[in-house]
Structure formats: structure tokens, C-alpha cells
Design a protein around this ligand. Structure first.
Ligand SMILES: C[S@@+](CC[C@H](N)C(=O)[O-])C[C@H]1O[C@@H](n2cnc3c(N)ncnc32)[C@H](O)[C@@H]1O
Length: 275
């Protein structure tokens, strides 16, 4: 856990933040006491919380690696990146394509400060501050543009971040805006928390924490997550499956039955190609 007196500018130690809470759920070290107390309230009602977040991480890693290894994508923009400590996008893709570029984007000042030092000396990788709800500013960022060539396909990673965007901010329109900026053959990889068929008291526990956090959380039903992929061609999530959106544990799983778990069923995800 970080000490409140050593905080980077812009960090409010009295309000839990989406980025630091996630680090706490994953068993990291970049959270504050306020995050631990808030996170423990959810753990008390949702004991599978660790499984939820690791299942989501598994999706992100399998999807990015598959796009690098099997499709040949060499450029990754990872929005709502979180803290790139372990098994992050640049490591997954550089393990199969050492020349692949990754630009991480996040709006949490604590994440930015730690990420920049963690990534020092790592080739073809940048971390920039930016807000998903402002695509022009994210995609126009000069550091991003120094690594990403918009004439070549890009994989846009949006893992566990669009559920921080309200209906009023129009996440469906935002996805269209991002994908319109990318060349055909680009991909959207997205995961999103769902309230479908999960215990309502668990949903209430999440909401009571995020109603008082840096970002509100918006649970969505499957049909509203599917709409985020409108105009794109969804891939089959695993061998033998129909193309579509699935639970995070299933995507890219060698043995989907074994990958199924209570935690995985809190997250819907998909990978889709821009035709
Ligand atoms: C739940 S974490 C997900 C991290 C990583 N993508 C993953 O799936 O493992 C969500 C991250 O999105 C960031 N975030 C939330 N709202 C954002 C926004 N509007 N723009 C950019 N980043 C945002 C938070 O700071 C946090 O680091």
C-alpha cells in the first residue's frame, strides 16, 4: 500500500479511485487506505472479486497475444490501461512480436506517475494521460502519434473501462468515433461488467462503493454490450464457437468448460474486426 504523504499531484487520498481499487483487487501495491476499506466492502459481498478481475486480465492477455501472433497486428492502443505491473499488453504482444508498439492511456494521476517509471527503458511503449470520453484529444496526442501509424491496422483495447462511461456520455457513439479513426483491418477488444444473472446484492455492493468513488460504475445488459460492437465483425471467442460476445473466462480458452467460473460471469467481452 502506498503512503498518503508521497502522493503524485492530483491524487485525492480521501476518495477511492477506479484505478487504485482495481490494483487492490488484483493484489497490487498502488492503492491507499481509502481504497482498501472500500474494496473490502465489495469483497465481503462478492467473494469472487479476485476471480472477476483476474479473469478479465486473462481475456486481455489472450486477446492481445492472439491479435499479434495470428492476425499480425503490430500497434496497440490500450485505453483505461490501469497499472502495467504484471503481464500487461506490451508484454503479451512483445512476447510474440518484439517490434510491436503499445500506447497506454489512463486518466488516473496515480497510475500515470507509477506507470511512467515502470516503463522507463521499455522500447516501443508509451503511457499517456487521457480521457476515453475525449477521442479527439486521445487520438491526437503527439506521443501517441509518434508510435502509432494510422495508415496501418491498430488493436484498440478497452478492457473493463467502458463501464465507467455513463449512457449520457454515449459509449456507443464513442466506440464508433474511435473505430472510424482506424483503418479497415483494425480491431476492438472490449470487456464490460454485467448485471445479467449475477447476485443483486453483489451489484448493490459495487454500486455503493463506486457511487462515492472517482468514477461511477454502470452495469449493462448483454444487448447493450453487444451494441458497442455495431458495424464490426465479431470473432468466434474460441474454437468451435459462434462469433459473438461471451464471458471473459471463455474468450480464447483452450477448454471453455474448465474456464467457466462465477467470477468470469460478471464480465462480458468480445473481439471484433473493422471490415
Ligand atoms: C478496471 S481498470 C482496468 C484496467 C485494465 N484495462 C484491465 O482490464 O486490466 C479501469 C481503468 O480505467 C481507468 N479509467 C476509468 N475511466 C476512464 C476514462 N474516462 N478515461 C481513461 N481511463 C479511465 C481507471 O483509472 C482504471 O485504471
Amino acid at each position: 500500500m502506498s503512503e498518503a504523504q508521497d502522493l503524485p499531484p492530483g491524487v485525492d487520498p480521501t476518495v477511492p479511485s477506479a484505478g487504485r481499487l482495481y490494483d487492490y483487487y488484483l493484489g497490487g501495491t498502488e492503492y491507499l487506505e481509502v481504497d482498501r476499506l472500500a474494496g473490502d466492502k465489495i469483497f465481503a459481498t462478492v467473494p469472487e472479486l479476485g476471480d472477476i478481475v483476474w479473469s478479465n486480465r486473462g481475456f486481455l492477455q489472450r486477446a492481445s497475444k492472439q491479435l499479434a501472433a495470428e492476425v499480425g497486428i503490430r500497434q496497440f492502443i490500450d485505453i483505461g490501461a490501469g497499472l502495467p505491473t504484471r503481464n500487461n499488453t506490451h508484454e503479451a504482444v512483445q512476447s510474440v512480436a518484439p517490434d510491436a508498439s503499445t500506447v497506454y492511456v489512463d486518466n488516473d494521476p496515480m497510475i500515470l506517475a507509477h506507470a511512467r517509471s515502470l516503463l522507463e527503458g521499455v522500447d516501443n511503449t508509451e503511457f499517456i494521460t487521457g480521457d476515453l470520453r475525449d477521442p479527439d484529444s486521445v487520438l491526437g496526442n503527439p506521443e501517441l502519434r509518434s508510435l502509432i501509424n494510422f495508415d496501418e491496422p491498430v488493436a484498440l483495447m478497452m478492457a473493463a473501462v467502458v463501464h465507467f462511461v455513463s449512457d449520457e456520455a454515449d459509449p456507443w457513439g464513442l466506440m464508433k468515433q474511435y473505430m472510424n479513426a482506424l483503418t479497415p483491418g483494425s480491431y476492438l477488444c472490449l470487456s464490460h461488467i454485467t448485471s445479467d444473472n449475477v447476485p443483486p446484492e453483489g451489484v448493490a455492493a459495487f454500486l455503493s462503493v463506486y457511487n462515492n468513488a472517482s468514477e461511477n460504475l454502470y452495469f449493462r445488459r448483454r444487448q447493450d454490450v453487444e451494441r458497442l460492437f455495431d458495424g464490426l465483425e465479431l470473432l468466434p471467442p474460441y474454437d468451435g464457437a459462434e462469433p459473438g460476445v461471451t464471458f471473459t473466462g471463455f474468450w480464447g480458452a483452450e477448454d471453455p468448460e474448465a474456464a467457466d467460473s462465477d467470477g468470469s460471469r460478471w464480465g462480458l467481452c468480445g473481439v471484433a474486426r473493422k471490415p
